[in-house]
Design a protein around this ligand. Sequence first.
Ligand code: AMP
Ligand code: GLY
Length: 428
Amino acid sequence: MNILIIGSGGREHTLAWKIKQSPLCNTLFIAPGNAGTALCGTNLAIGVSDFDGIAKACRANAVDMILVGPEEPLVKGIYDFFRDKKGFENVKIIGPSKEASQLEGSKAFAKAFMNRHNIPTAAYGEFTADKYLEGVDYIKTQSLPIVLKADGLAAGKGVLICQSHLEATAEFELMLLRSKFGEAGKKVVIEEFLKGIELSIFVLTDGENYILLPEAKDYKRVGEADAGLNTGGMGAVSPLPFVTEEFLNKVKEKIIEPTIAGFKKDKLDYKGFVFIGLMNDGGEPKVIEYNCRMGDPETEVVIPRIKNDLVELLLATADQKLDEIKMETDPRAVATVVAVSGGYPGDYEKGKVINGLDHAALEDSIIFHSGTKQDGIHVVTNGGRVLAVTSYGDNIAEAVEMSNYIMEQLEFEGIYYRTDIGFEFKNG
Ligand code: AMP
Ligand code: GLY
Protein backbone atom coordinates (compact mmCIF):
# COMPACT_ATOMS: atom_id res chain seq x y z
CA MET A 1 0.00 0.00 0.00
CA ASN A 2 0.98 3.65 -0.46
CA ILE A 3 1.35 5.57 2.78
CA LEU A 4 1.53 9.31 3.51
CA ILE A 5 2.99 10.60 6.77
CA ILE A 6 2.02 14.15 7.76
CA GLY A 7 4.71 16.18 9.57
CA SER A 8 8.36 17.18 9.40
CA GLY A 9 10.09 16.40 12.68
CA GLY A 10 12.20 13.69 14.29
CA ARG A 11 8.97 11.87 15.10
CA GLU A 12 8.04 11.71 11.43
CA HIS A 13 11.54 10.62 10.35
CA THR A 14 11.36 7.80 12.91
CA LEU A 15 7.90 6.72 11.69
CA ALA A 16 9.15 6.85 8.10
CA TRP A 17 12.26 4.81 8.99
CA LYS A 18 10.09 2.13 10.60
CA ILE A 19 7.37 2.07 7.92
CA LYS A 20 9.97 1.80 5.17
CA GLN A 21 11.05 -1.54 6.72
CA SER A 22 7.58 -3.02 6.19
CA PRO A 23 6.95 -5.30 3.20
CA LEU A 24 3.38 -3.96 3.28
CA CYS A 25 4.53 -0.48 2.31
CA ASN A 26 4.81 0.10 -1.38
CA THR A 27 5.53 3.82 -1.79
CA LEU A 28 6.04 6.16 1.14
CA PHE A 29 5.37 9.91 1.05
CA ILE A 30 6.00 12.52 3.73
CA ALA A 31 4.41 15.98 3.76
CA PRO A 32 6.34 18.18 4.13
CA GLY A 33 9.13 16.03 5.61
CA ASN A 34 12.80 16.97 6.07
CA ALA A 35 16.19 15.93 4.70
CA GLY A 36 16.00 12.71 6.76
CA THR A 37 12.56 11.59 5.61
CA ALA A 38 13.76 12.09 2.02
CA LEU A 39 16.06 9.10 2.64
CA CYS A 40 13.01 6.90 3.40
CA GLY A 41 10.45 8.13 0.87
CA THR A 42 9.32 11.07 -1.25
CA ASN A 43 8.80 14.45 0.39
CA LEU A 44 5.82 16.47 -0.80
CA ALA A 45 5.95 20.25 -0.31
CA ILE A 46 2.56 20.57 1.39
CA GLY A 47 1.80 22.13 4.78
CA VAL A 48 0.41 19.89 7.54
CA SER A 49 -2.91 21.79 7.66
CA ASP A 50 -3.39 22.23 3.90
CA PHE A 51 -6.12 19.59 3.72
CA ASP A 52 -7.06 20.36 0.11
CA GLY A 53 -3.41 20.11 -0.92
CA ILE A 54 -3.07 16.82 0.93
CA ALA A 55 -6.23 15.47 -0.75
CA LYS A 56 -4.89 16.40 -4.17
CA ALA A 57 -1.57 14.66 -3.45
CA CYS A 58 -3.39 11.57 -2.17
CA ARG A 59 -5.37 11.31 -5.41
CA ALA A 60 -2.31 11.88 -7.58
CA ASN A 61 -0.30 9.24 -5.73
CA ALA A 62 -3.03 6.67 -4.96
CA VAL A 63 -2.41 6.96 -1.21
CA ASP A 64 -4.13 4.22 0.84
CA MET A 65 -3.25 5.37 4.35
CA ILE A 66 -2.56 8.73 6.02
CA LEU A 67 -0.64 8.73 9.29
CA VAL A 68 -0.86 12.08 11.08
CA GLY A 69 2.19 13.06 13.17
CA PRO A 70 1.55 16.46 14.83
CA GLU A 71 -1.43 17.75 16.81
CA GLU A 72 -2.22 20.83 14.74
CA PRO A 73 -3.95 19.11 11.79
CA LEU A 74 -5.71 16.71 14.18
CA VAL A 75 -7.14 19.51 16.30
CA LYS A 76 -8.16 21.27 13.05
CA GLY A 77 -10.09 18.17 11.98
CA ILE A 78 -8.00 16.32 9.37
CA TYR A 79 -9.64 13.02 10.35
CA ASP A 80 -13.18 14.36 9.84
CA PHE A 81 -12.17 16.06 6.57
CA PHE A 82 -11.03 12.81 4.96
CA ARG A 83 -13.70 10.62 6.62
CA ASP A 84 -16.39 12.76 5.01
CA LYS A 85 -14.70 13.45 1.68
CA LYS A 86 -16.08 11.85 -1.44
CA GLY A 87 -13.65 9.45 -3.08
CA PHE A 88 -11.74 8.85 0.19
CA GLU A 89 -13.96 6.08 1.58
CA ASN A 90 -11.16 3.52 1.29
CA VAL A 91 -8.34 5.71 2.57
CA LYS A 92 -7.39 4.81 6.14
CA ILE A 93 -6.63 7.77 8.41
CA ILE A 94 -4.64 7.11 11.55
CA GLY A 95 -5.46 9.78 14.13
CA PRO A 96 -8.44 10.80 16.28
CA SER A 97 -11.43 12.88 15.18
CA LYS A 98 -11.61 16.63 15.71
CA GLU A 99 -13.78 16.18 18.77
CA ALA A 100 -11.54 13.49 20.30
CA SER A 101 -8.45 15.65 19.60
CA GLN A 102 -9.91 18.14 22.08
CA LEU A 103 -8.27 15.91 24.69
CA GLU A 104 -5.11 17.75 23.67
CA GLY A 105 -6.68 20.86 22.12
CA SER A 106 -8.53 21.90 25.29
CA LYS A 107 -7.22 21.34 28.82
CA ALA A 108 -10.73 21.97 30.20
CA PHE A 109 -12.17 19.30 27.87
CA ALA A 110 -9.52 16.82 29.04
CA LYS A 111 -10.13 17.59 32.73
CA ALA A 112 -13.90 17.18 32.35
CA PHE A 113 -13.31 13.87 30.50
CA MET A 114 -11.10 12.58 33.34
CA ASN A 115 -13.58 13.66 36.02
CA ARG A 116 -16.49 12.07 34.14
CA HIS A 117 -14.65 8.76 33.88
CA ASN A 118 -12.99 8.74 37.30
CA ILE A 119 -9.45 8.93 35.93
CA PRO A 120 -6.96 10.15 38.57
CA THR A 121 -5.66 13.67 37.86
CA ALA A 122 -4.93 16.93 39.70
CA ALA A 123 -7.89 18.80 41.26
CA TYR A 124 -8.77 21.89 39.20
CA GLY A 125 -11.04 24.81 38.45
CA GLU A 126 -11.71 26.42 35.04
CA PHE A 127 -12.35 30.11 34.51
CA THR A 128 -13.23 32.52 31.69
CA ALA A 129 -12.94 36.35 31.86
CA ASP A 130 -16.49 36.75 33.25
CA LYS A 131 -15.46 34.51 36.19
CA TYR A 132 -12.19 36.37 36.79
CA LEU A 133 -12.91 37.33 40.42
CA GLU A 134 -14.03 33.79 41.26
CA GLY A 135 -10.71 32.60 39.82
CA VAL A 136 -8.75 35.02 42.03
CA ASP A 137 -10.63 33.68 45.08
CA TYR A 138 -9.91 30.10 43.94
CA ILE A 139 -6.17 30.88 43.69
CA LYS A 140 -6.21 32.12 47.32
CA THR A 141 -7.48 28.74 48.52
CA GLN A 142 -4.74 26.78 46.71
CA SER A 143 -1.51 25.50 48.25
CA LEU A 144 1.80 26.26 46.52
CA PRO A 145 3.01 25.89 43.86
CA ILE A 146 -0.06 26.63 41.72
CA VAL A 147 -0.31 25.43 38.12
CA LEU A 148 -2.00 27.69 35.53
CA LYS A 149 -2.82 26.35 32.09
CA ALA A 150 -4.07 28.13 29.01
CA ASP A 151 -6.96 26.00 27.76
CA GLY A 152 -5.94 25.83 24.09
CA LEU A 153 -2.81 24.90 22.12
CA ALA A 154 -0.02 27.35 22.98
CA ALA A 155 3.01 25.69 21.34
CA GLY A 156 4.01 24.06 24.63
CA LYS A 157 4.26 27.42 26.43
CA GLY A 158 0.81 27.62 28.00
CA VAL A 159 1.63 26.00 31.36
CA LEU A 160 2.94 28.13 34.24
CA ILE A 161 4.05 26.83 37.61
CA CYS A 162 3.71 29.71 40.07
CA GLN A 163 5.59 29.79 43.36
CA SER A 164 3.43 32.41 45.13
CA HIS A 165 -0.22 33.47 45.23
CA LEU A 166 0.83 36.92 44.02
CA GLU A 167 2.59 35.50 40.96
CA ALA A 168 -0.35 33.19 40.21
CA THR A 169 -2.84 36.06 40.43
CA ALA A 170 -0.69 38.30 38.20
CA GLU A 171 -0.26 35.56 35.57
CA PHE A 172 -3.95 34.70 35.77
CA GLU A 173 -4.77 38.32 34.99
CA LEU A 174 -2.28 38.43 32.10
CA MET A 175 -3.77 35.29 30.60
CA LEU A 176 -7.46 36.05 31.02
CA LEU A 177 -7.64 39.82 30.76
CA ARG A 178 -4.54 40.73 28.73
CA SER A 179 -4.47 37.87 26.19
CA LYS A 180 -0.99 36.63 27.14
CA PHE A 181 -1.61 33.45 25.11
CA GLY A 182 -4.17 34.93 22.71
CA GLU A 183 -7.20 32.76 21.97
CA ALA A 184 -5.62 29.77 23.78
CA GLY A 185 -5.80 31.63 27.10
CA LYS A 186 -9.41 32.77 26.92
CA LYS A 187 -10.15 29.98 29.32
CA VAL A 188 -7.69 29.10 32.09
CA VAL A 189 -7.41 25.91 34.12
CA ILE A 190 -6.04 26.35 37.65
CA GLU A 191 -4.64 23.10 38.92
CA GLU A 192 -3.13 21.40 41.95
CA PHE A 193 0.63 20.75 41.61
CA LEU A 194 1.45 17.04 41.35
CA LYS A 195 4.63 15.72 42.96
CA GLY A 196 6.62 12.75 41.73
CA ILE A 197 8.46 11.48 38.66
CA GLU A 198 7.05 12.31 35.26
CA LEU A 199 6.82 9.71 32.49
CA SER A 200 5.10 9.21 29.17
CA ILE A 201 2.90 6.25 28.35
CA PHE A 202 1.87 5.48 24.76
CA VAL A 203 -1.12 3.53 23.60
CA LEU A 204 -2.34 2.65 20.13
CA THR A 205 -6.13 2.22 20.09
CA ASP A 206 -8.72 1.25 17.49
CA GLY A 207 -11.50 2.68 19.66
CA GLU A 208 -12.35 -0.74 21.06
CA ASN A 209 -9.02 -2.41 21.87
CA TYR A 210 -5.58 -1.06 22.63
CA ILE A 211 -1.95 -2.08 22.69
CA LEU A 212 0.53 -0.63 25.13
CA LEU A 213 3.74 0.67 23.57
CA PRO A 214 7.05 1.05 25.45
CA GLU A 215 7.11 3.85 28.03
CA ALA A 216 9.56 6.76 27.88
CA LYS A 217 10.83 9.78 29.73
CA ASP A 218 11.75 12.97 27.96
CA TYR A 219 14.07 15.74 29.13
CA LYS A 220 12.36 19.07 28.55
CA ARG A 221 14.82 21.54 30.07
CA VAL A 222 17.55 22.96 27.89
CA GLY A 223 20.36 22.70 30.47
CA GLU A 224 22.24 19.87 32.14
CA ALA A 225 20.65 18.50 35.33
CA ASP A 226 17.24 19.75 34.12
CA ALA A 227 18.11 23.44 34.48
CA GLY A 228 17.01 26.36 32.30
CA LEU A 229 14.13 26.97 29.93
CA ASN A 230 11.59 24.47 28.69
CA THR A 231 12.10 23.10 25.17
CA GLY A 232 10.26 20.69 22.90
CA GLY A 233 12.52 17.97 24.34
CA MET A 234 16.29 17.54 24.52
CA GLY A 235 16.37 13.75 24.71
CA ALA A 236 14.47 10.67 25.82
CA VAL A 237 15.07 7.19 27.21
CA SER A 238 13.19 3.88 27.33
CA PRO A 239 12.52 1.64 29.25
CA LEU A 240 12.30 3.24 32.70
CA PRO A 241 13.65 1.17 35.57
CA PHE A 242 10.91 2.33 37.97
CA VAL A 243 8.09 1.21 35.68
CA THR A 244 7.46 -2.18 37.24
CA GLU A 245 4.78 -4.64 36.24
CA GLU A 246 2.82 -3.63 39.33
CA PHE A 247 2.94 0.05 38.34
CA LEU A 248 1.97 -0.75 34.74
CA ASN A 249 -0.98 -2.81 35.92
CA LYS A 250 -2.18 0.19 37.93
CA VAL A 251 -1.76 2.43 34.89
CA LYS A 252 -3.80 0.02 32.77
CA GLU A 253 -6.55 -0.47 35.32
CA LYS A 254 -6.92 3.12 36.57
CA ILE A 255 -6.01 5.11 33.51
CA ILE A 256 -5.81 3.37 30.13
CA GLU A 257 -8.87 1.15 30.38
CA PRO A 258 -11.18 3.93 31.71
CA THR A 259 -9.80 6.21 28.97
CA ILE A 260 -10.67 3.78 26.15
CA ALA A 261 -14.04 3.01 27.78
CA GLY A 262 -14.56 6.80 28.04
CA PHE A 263 -14.01 7.19 24.28
CA LYS A 264 -16.75 4.64 23.68
CA LYS A 265 -19.19 6.08 26.22
CA ASP A 266 -18.69 9.61 24.91
CA LYS A 267 -18.81 8.39 21.28
CA LEU A 268 -15.40 9.87 20.54
CA ASP A 269 -14.07 8.48 17.27
CA TYR A 270 -10.50 7.51 18.14
CA LYS A 271 -8.23 5.40 15.96
CA GLY A 272 -4.69 6.37 16.69
CA PHE A 273 -1.99 7.02 19.25
CA VAL A 274 -2.77 8.30 22.74
CA PHE A 275 0.12 9.88 24.61
CA ILE A 276 -0.56 10.04 28.33
CA GLY A 277 1.69 12.28 30.43
CA LEU A 278 1.76 10.80 33.93
CA MET A 279 3.10 11.65 37.34
CA ASN A 280 4.21 8.68 39.42
CA ASP A 281 3.74 9.79 43.02
CA GLY A 282 5.10 6.99 45.19
CA GLY A 283 3.70 4.30 42.89
CA GLU A 284 0.35 6.03 42.26
CA PRO A 285 -0.15 7.26 38.68
CA LYS A 286 -2.01 10.51 37.94
CA VAL A 287 -2.63 12.04 34.53
CA ILE A 288 -0.94 15.38 33.82
CA GLU A 289 -2.17 15.62 30.25
CA TYR A 290 -3.34 13.77 27.18
CA ASN A 291 -1.87 14.30 23.73
CA CYS A 292 -3.64 12.97 20.67
CA ARG A 293 -0.43 11.88 18.89
CA MET A 294 3.02 10.44 19.56
CA GLY A 295 5.58 12.54 21.42
CA ASP A 296 8.74 14.05 20.02
CA PRO A 297 11.50 13.05 20.94
CA GLU A 298 9.79 10.08 22.69
CA THR A 299 8.95 8.49 19.31
CA GLU A 300 12.68 8.29 18.61
CA VAL A 301 13.06 5.78 21.49
CA VAL A 302 9.61 4.13 21.53
CA ILE A 303 9.40 3.10 17.86
CA PRO A 304 12.93 1.61 17.71
CA ARG A 305 11.94 -0.68 20.62
CA ILE A 306 8.93 -2.09 18.74
CA LYS A 307 9.73 -5.28 16.83
CA ASN A 308 6.32 -5.62 15.16
CA ASP A 309 5.72 -4.42 11.63
CA LEU A 310 4.32 -0.89 12.18
CA VAL A 311 2.14 -1.02 9.06
CA GLU A 312 0.52 -4.19 10.41
CA LEU A 313 -0.23 -2.35 13.67
CA LEU A 314 -1.69 0.63 11.80
CA LEU A 315 -3.85 -1.61 9.59
CA ALA A 316 -5.15 -3.41 12.68
CA THR A 317 -5.93 0.02 14.16
CA ALA A 318 -7.92 1.12 11.13
CA ASP A 319 -9.74 -2.24 10.88
CA GLN A 320 -10.43 -2.46 14.63
CA LYS A 321 -8.40 -5.65 15.01
CA LEU A 322 -5.82 -4.66 17.59
CA ASP A 323 -7.02 -7.54 19.80
CA GLU A 324 -5.34 -9.89 17.29
CA ILE A 325 -1.91 -8.25 17.71
CA LYS A 326 0.82 -9.60 19.94
CA MET A 327 3.33 -6.92 20.81
CA GLU A 328 7.02 -7.75 20.64
CA THR A 329 9.48 -5.32 22.13
CA ASP A 330 13.25 -5.11 21.99
CA PRO A 331 14.54 -5.67 25.53
CA ARG A 332 17.52 -3.38 24.97
CA ALA A 333 17.62 0.15 26.38
CA VAL A 334 17.28 2.98 23.88
CA ALA A 335 18.26 6.62 24.30
CA THR A 336 18.01 9.62 22.01
CA VAL A 337 20.02 12.82 22.36
CA VAL A 338 18.81 15.94 20.53
CA ALA A 339 21.18 18.46 18.91
CA VAL A 340 19.70 21.96 18.80
CA SER A 341 20.58 25.27 17.14
CA GLY A 342 22.57 27.78 19.22
CA GLY A 343 20.17 30.04 21.13
CA TYR A 344 17.25 27.58 21.17
CA PRO A 345 14.63 27.71 22.73
CA GLY A 346 15.13 31.47 22.21
CA ASP A 347 16.04 33.00 18.84
CA TYR A 348 18.34 30.99 16.61
CA GLU A 349 19.62 31.05 13.04
CA LYS A 350 18.83 28.54 10.32
CA GLY A 351 20.71 27.39 7.23
CA LYS A 352 23.90 26.16 8.94
CA VAL A 353 25.65 23.35 7.05
CA ILE A 354 25.62 20.04 8.94
CA ASN A 355 28.79 17.95 8.67
CA GLY A 356 29.47 14.38 9.69
CA LEU A 357 26.13 12.81 8.78
CA ASP A 358 27.64 10.31 6.36
CA HIS A 359 30.38 8.78 8.43
CA ALA A 360 28.86 9.04 11.91
CA ALA A 361 26.32 6.21 11.72
CA LEU A 362 27.22 2.95 13.45
CA GLU A 363 25.36 -0.32 13.74
CA ASP A 364 23.61 0.43 17.04
CA SER A 365 22.77 4.07 16.31
CA ILE A 366 20.43 5.93 13.99
CA ILE A 367 20.53 9.63 13.20
CA PHE A 368 16.99 10.98 12.93
CA HIS A 369 16.49 14.42 11.42
CA SER A 370 14.20 17.04 13.00
CA GLY A 371 14.73 20.57 11.67
CA THR A 372 16.84 19.90 8.58
CA LYS A 373 16.52 20.47 4.85
CA GLN A 374 18.47 19.66 1.74
CA ASP A 375 20.13 22.72 0.22
CA GLY A 376 21.97 21.72 -2.95
CA ILE A 377 24.58 19.18 -1.95
CA HIS A 378 24.35 20.15 1.73
CA VAL A 379 22.01 19.25 4.54
CA VAL A 380 21.40 22.44 6.53
CA THR A 381 19.67 23.31 9.82
CA ASN A 382 16.05 24.37 9.48
CA GLY A 383 14.69 24.55 13.04
CA GLY A 384 15.44 24.68 16.76
CA ARG A 385 15.72 20.94 17.21
CA VAL A 386 17.95 19.69 14.41
CA LEU A 387 18.95 16.04 14.90
CA ALA A 388 18.04 13.24 17.31
CA VAL A 389 20.68 10.54 17.68
CA THR A 390 19.16 7.29 18.90
CA SER A 391 21.25 4.39 20.18
CA TYR A 392 20.66 0.94 21.62
CA GLY A 393 22.58 -0.33 24.66
CA ASP A 394 22.54 -3.00 27.34
CA ASN A 395 21.42 -0.27 29.73
CA ILE A 396 20.49 3.40 29.51
CA ALA A 397 23.98 4.66 30.41
CA GLU A 398 25.50 2.66 27.53
CA ALA A 399 22.88 3.84 25.04
CA VAL A 400 23.40 7.49 26.04
CA GLU A 401 27.17 7.12 25.85
CA MET A 402 26.88 5.78 22.30
CA SER A 403 24.63 8.67 21.22
CA ASN A 404 27.00 11.19 22.78
CA TYR A 405 29.89 9.56 20.91
CA ILE A 406 28.06 9.91 17.59
CA MET A 407 27.12 13.49 18.51
CA GLU A 408 30.83 14.37 18.88
CA GLN A 409 31.27 13.56 15.19
CA LEU A 410 28.42 15.76 14.04
CA GLU A 411 29.00 19.43 13.54
CA PHE A 412 27.18 22.62 12.61
CA GLU A 413 27.77 26.20 13.73
CA GLY A 414 26.23 26.68 17.19
CA ILE A 415 25.46 22.97 17.81
CA TYR A 416 24.41 22.25 21.41
CA TYR A 417 23.20 19.09 23.13
CA ARG A 418 22.86 17.82 26.67
CA THR A 419 25.41 15.17 27.60
CA ASP A 420 23.50 14.02 30.69
CA ILE A 421 20.31 12.54 29.21
CA GLY A 422 19.16 9.68 31.45
CA PHE A 423 21.29 10.94 34.35
CA GLU A 424 18.98 9.52 37.05
CA PHE A 425 19.28 6.05 35.56
CA LYS A 426 23.08 5.86 35.40
CA ASN A 427 23.01 2.51 37.10
CA GLY A 428 19.77 1.35 35.43
P1 AMP B 1 1.68 20.27 29.56
O1 AMP B 1 1.73 21.40 28.57
O2 AMP B 1 0.33 19.98 30.09
O3 AMP B 1 2.48 19.12 29.04
O4 AMP B 1 2.54 20.72 30.82
C1 AMP B 1 3.90 21.01 30.68
C2 AMP B 1 4.66 20.48 31.86
O5 AMP B 1 4.25 21.14 33.04
C3 AMP B 1 4.40 19.00 32.16
O6 AMP B 1 5.18 18.18 31.37
C4 AMP B 1 4.78 18.94 33.62
O7 AMP B 1 6.18 18.86 33.78
C5 AMP B 1 4.31 20.27 34.14
N1 AMP B 1 2.98 20.16 34.74
C6 AMP B 1 1.79 20.33 34.14
N2 AMP B 1 0.78 20.15 35.00
C7 AMP B 1 1.33 19.86 36.20
C8 AMP B 1 0.80 19.59 37.50
N3 AMP B 1 -0.50 19.59 37.75
N4 AMP B 1 1.67 19.32 38.48
C9 AMP B 1 3.01 19.33 38.25
N5 AMP B 1 3.57 19.61 37.07
C10 AMP B 1 2.74 19.87 36.04
N1 GLY C 1 7.96 15.67 24.09
C1 GLY C 1 6.70 16.18 24.43
C2 GLY C 1 5.74 16.28 23.33
O1 GLY C 1 5.87 15.72 22.27
O2 GLY C 1 4.71 16.94 23.54
